[in-house]
Write a protein that binds this ligand. Structure first.
Ligand code: COI
Length: 356
């Protein structure tokens, strides 16, 4: 398959890098590719960033058959551009595709398409500390049809957005709200899949959390409302009695790439790390006994996000002393140093654009 490239006639003005927030600005070009049963995935092309025109009956608008990924490109001290574990994103993209009855992509080709897009959009990778170019590969169902079935046709696109911190708190601790009324996903459902519906399902409880002064919701399992799952925009870690603990992948939790990176680093550093079921009541007991030392989230958008307060029913648990915990800081520094090319990368997690 040959990739065609059509450049924009006029380029946008670059934003002020010190004022970047998350997901509001988009670069000059995008990648597009289509699927139909006759041709399979075909017509890969880089084009000027543009709006889609869609029939109002387009299936994705009605039944939510869509999947996405999130990864980032980082500017290195020498002006190069690094991707972080991008193959893992495309592997997960295909796992999501299978669950949503979307035809799988050639992962290598999808990555090549992204690399070509990034080569064209290099000037959009910001260099101010804490900024990066967020990459959003997405597939949507495009049949104009109102019956409920898997679509026969699809659009795969990649858009790029220069970003700063995901939370307005930046690297300062966020406050999270444990909901005991709403659930995000159940076992056997879509919880582990990066699909639009999971995020739509999180909005109502998210509004409730915001209304009460909390940044995000910490979800409990959808069956018993007992076991801690994830935050929705990130996975969650606790430091309990000097042990790093995170909920095991139950099928309703997203298999985060940053989560995996934290676990691998912890093992390398000989820190005790356990993936297991953690009941919210157990967490409260640890808190009350003074054993809950730290809590932090991990995610591509959030990186490492310290948690300063957890609210569950009438319990307001202040974690640590309200500042960034030492382990959250250690993971944040180690991961970002590798991503930005400031540290050795013994695991070959980084894919420099120049060598891709
Ligand atoms: C990410 O971390 O990339 C995510 O996809 C989470 C969120 C922005 C939806």
């Amino acid at each position: 398959m040959t990739l065609s490239i059509k450049s924009a006639d006029q380029l946008k003005e670059l934003p002020n890098e010190s004022e970047l927030n998350f997901g509001t600005l988009f670069s000059d070009h995008m990648f597009n590719m289509d699927y139909n049963p006759e041709k399979g995935w075909h017509n890969p092309r880089i084009e000027p960033y543009h709006a889609f025109s869609m029939d109002p009956s387009t299936m994705v608008l009605h039944y939510g058959q869509s999947i996405f990924e999130g990864l980032k490109a980082f500017k290195t001290p020498s002006g190069g551009v690094n991707l972080f574990r991008p193959r893992e994103n495309f592997k997960r993209f295909n796992r999501s595709a299978r669950k949503l009855c979307i035809p799988e992509l050639d992962e290598g080709f999808a990555l090549e398409g992204l690399v070509e897009l990034l080569k064209l959009e290099k000037r959009w990778v910001p260099g101010v500390p804490g900024t990066s170019l967020y990459i959003r590969p997405t597939i949507i169902a495009t049949d104009p049809f109102l019956g409920v079935r898997a679509s026969y046709t699809y659009r795969f696109f990649i858009i790029l957005s220069p970003v700063g911190a995901y939370y307005k708190e930046g690297f300062n601790p966020v406050k999270i709200w444990v909901t005991d009324k709403h659930v995000r996903a159940v076992r056997g459902g879509m919880g582990e899949v990066k699909t639009a519906g999971n995020y739509a399902a999180s909005l109502y409880a998210g509004e409730e959390a915001h209304h009460n002064g909390y940044t995000q919701v910490l979800w409990l399992d959808g069956v018993e409302l007992k076991y801690i799952e994830e935050v929705g925009s990130m996975n969650i870690f606790f430091v309990i009695d000097n042990e790093l603990v995170t909920p095991s992948l139950s099928g309703s939790i997203l298999s985060g790439i940053t989560r995996d990176t934290v676990i691998r680093l912890a093992k390398k550093w000989d820190l005790p790390v356990t993936e297991r079921r953690i009941a919210i009541d157990e967490l409260v007991d640890h808190y009350e006994a003074g054993r809950l030392q730290e809590a932090f989230g991990s995610g591509t958008a959030a990186v490492i996000s310290p948690v300063g307060e957890i609210k569950y029913k009438d319990k307001n648990m202040a974690v640590g002393d309200g500042s960034v915990g030492p382990l959250a800081k250690r993971f944040f520094d180690a991961i970002t140093d590798i991503q930005y090319g400031r540290a050795e990368d013994p695991e070959n997690w980084v894919l420099p654009l120049e060598t891709a």
